[in-house]
Design a protein around this ligand. Structure first.
Ligand SMILES: Nc1ncnc2c1ncn2[C@@H]1O[C@H](COP(=O)(O)OP(=O)(O)OP(=O)(O)O)[C@@H](O)[C@H]1O
Ligand SMILES: [Mg+2]
Length: 475
């Protein structure tokens, strides 16, 4: 029987741009292939029935790397902790192929841990198994929390021993397949500026707009927009997407940890989950990466950092877009961010929308409560989901009735009750469902990940991992 994963309709989209953007590379030959994770939720997005795709199919395509198209290690640079680094690029991954989803959009299969490339420098081109497990868990959690994110398509253990400074070594190896809307990074453009190729910048802009901003592509051709106008609209749209993405992380309590420009996608999608962490409690200074000595990428800095990354992107784009257009687009970042964050937080509190004054005050009081009480961040919203009852409207004392009685909670309770009183009965009826949708039970704090990993490391017991994935996806 032919392999449905190899029979997909692979499109040579990025490949058609020509060799200025990538290098053709081979995949590593691994001593072992054990399928540890397959994301059956993604198969229907490609028109595939999970029952018809066997584990052997996954291994053949995404462990042994039977190929359909050439494997392309993408070239990119980036600002890392504000320092420009021209020695980057896919050093342990490549673009395996691009396929059309049933939604008509183009998706990338990108690898991580698939072997050395011209960009590996002295490193091994590999991904640790723990790193792969962590990226699977992060992506599934973020997806459930409504964050626009890449997902892991598969994770195959590959039977090698790796040495790492930040894991007890030797440690096990893996190769992951990432499913995302493009692996073109801000750093892809930065490299083209560095090598002084404005012609390649405009060619890539045209490509990005055609494949990832199809509405803009269509409008530009029907309305006969000049290229500069079209590119300016792309940047304006990207500013909005990135602002919304950061708002999603902040509402989810997520700290990405390595917001270098090579980890920022031009599709405004979140990806590359290395030393990430979810905040245990609300703390803007919470920093996830042990090597982030000054807290540059701490939880509370994320909006400023992403705005700064968009500003850095202006440097390569100014050859194609007027500086005034770039500036006016970026000036809207704050408004987009604030509107999106407010909306998401109101949703987590159970509301669709509220009059501005009430919404602002409720949000302020909630952040104050979370910051000063240091209650479990996700736990607070889950308790709200669990305990909420429409009768809270008539009796404020029922709201979080078992919470320790402090002035802060009393004040919050009174105000929450006041807001409930402004709602119609229909609005009130819809709250329970919204609270359920926005506030999952299962969280992904570090001890949860470590507990699952310990079972894998010590017993090779994968059951707790599979059960956790299920709870993250469904609770
Ligand atoms: N083990 C490794 N072998 C070779 N190159 C590596 C390795 N680890 C990281 N790199 C390279 O170092 C740079 C920064 O790594 P980073 O961890 O941000 O990216 P990545 O996680 O490898 O890939 P992605 O951004 O697609 O998730 C990249 O150029 C990456 O390819
Ligand atoms: Mg990266």
């Amino acid at each position: 029987m032919s392999n449905p994963l190899l029979s997909l309709n692979y499109e040579p989209a990025l490949e058609s741009l020509g060799g200025d953007y990538f290098d053709e590379v081979p995949a590593a030959d691994f001593p072992q292939h054990i399928l540890r994770f397959r994301n059956d939720q993604l198969l229907p997005k490609l028109g595939l029935d999970p029952a018809q795709v066997t584990d052997a199919h996954f291994i053949q395509a995404f462990g042994e790397f039977h190929c359909v198209r050439p494997f392309l290690a993408l070239r990119y640079h980036g600002y890392q902790f504000n320092e420009y680094n021209p020695n980057l690029g896919d050093g342990r991954g490549f673009l395996y192929g691009q396929v059309r989803g049933t939604d008509g959009r183009l998706y990338d299969f990108g690898t991580k841990g698939s072997g050395r490339t011209p960009y590996s420098r002295s490193a091994d081109g590999r991904l640790t198994l723990k790193g792969g497990v962590r990226e699977v868990l992060a992506a599934e959690t973020l997806h459930r929390l409504g964050v626009r994110t890449s997902r892991c398509f598969s994770l195959v253990e590959t039977g090698e021993s790796l040495w790492r400074g930040d894991e007890p070594s030797p440690t096990r190896s893996s190769v992951m397949i990432r499913f995302s809307h493009s692996h073109i990074r801000f750093g892809t453009f930065e490299r083209l500026h560095y090598i002084r190729r404005p012609d390649l910048i405009t060619k890539l802009l045209d490509f990005v707009i055609e494949y990832y901003y199809p509405e803009l592509h269509l409008a530009a051709s029907t309305e006969g927009l000049a290229p500069g106008e079209k590119y300016a609209l792309f940047y304006a749209e990207l500013v909005k997407k990135v602002a919304e993405l950061v708002a999603q992380w902040m509402a989810a309590g997520f700290c990405h940890a390595v917001l270098n420009t090579d980890n920022m996608s031009i599709s405004g999608e979140s990806f590359d989950y290395g030393p990430f962490a979810f905040i245990p409690t609300y703390n803007p200074k919470f920093t996830a990466a042990y090597f982030d000595y000054y807290g540059l990428y701490c939880y509370g800095n994320q909006p400023f950092v992403c705005q700064g990354n968009l500003e850095k992107l202006q440097k390569p784009l100014v050859c194609a877009i007027a500086q005034t257009d770039l500036d006016s687009a970026l000036a809207k970042f704050g408004d987009y961010y604030n509107a999106a964050y407010r909306q998401l937080m109101l949703n987590k509190l159970g509301f669709e929308q509220l009059p501005e004054a009430d919404g602002d005050e409720l949000l302020q009081l909630t952040i104050k409560l979370l910051a000063e009480s240091q209650v479990d961040y996700q736990g607070f919203f889950f308790e709200l989901r669990k305990q909420f009852a429409p009768t809270w409207r008539d009796d404020a004392s029922q709201i979080f009735s078992e919470a320790e009685p402090t002035d802060l909670i009393a004040h919050w309770r009174q105000f929450y009750c006041h807001v409930l009183q402004t709602l119609s009965s229909d609005d009130l009826d819809r709250m329970a469902e919204r609270l359920r949708r926005c506030n999952p039970e299962q969280s992904l704090l570090r001890p949860t990940i470590e507990a699952v990993w310990e079972q894998i490391a010590i017993e090779d017991n994968w059951q707790p991992f599979y059960e956790l994935v299920k709870r993250l996806q469904n609770s």
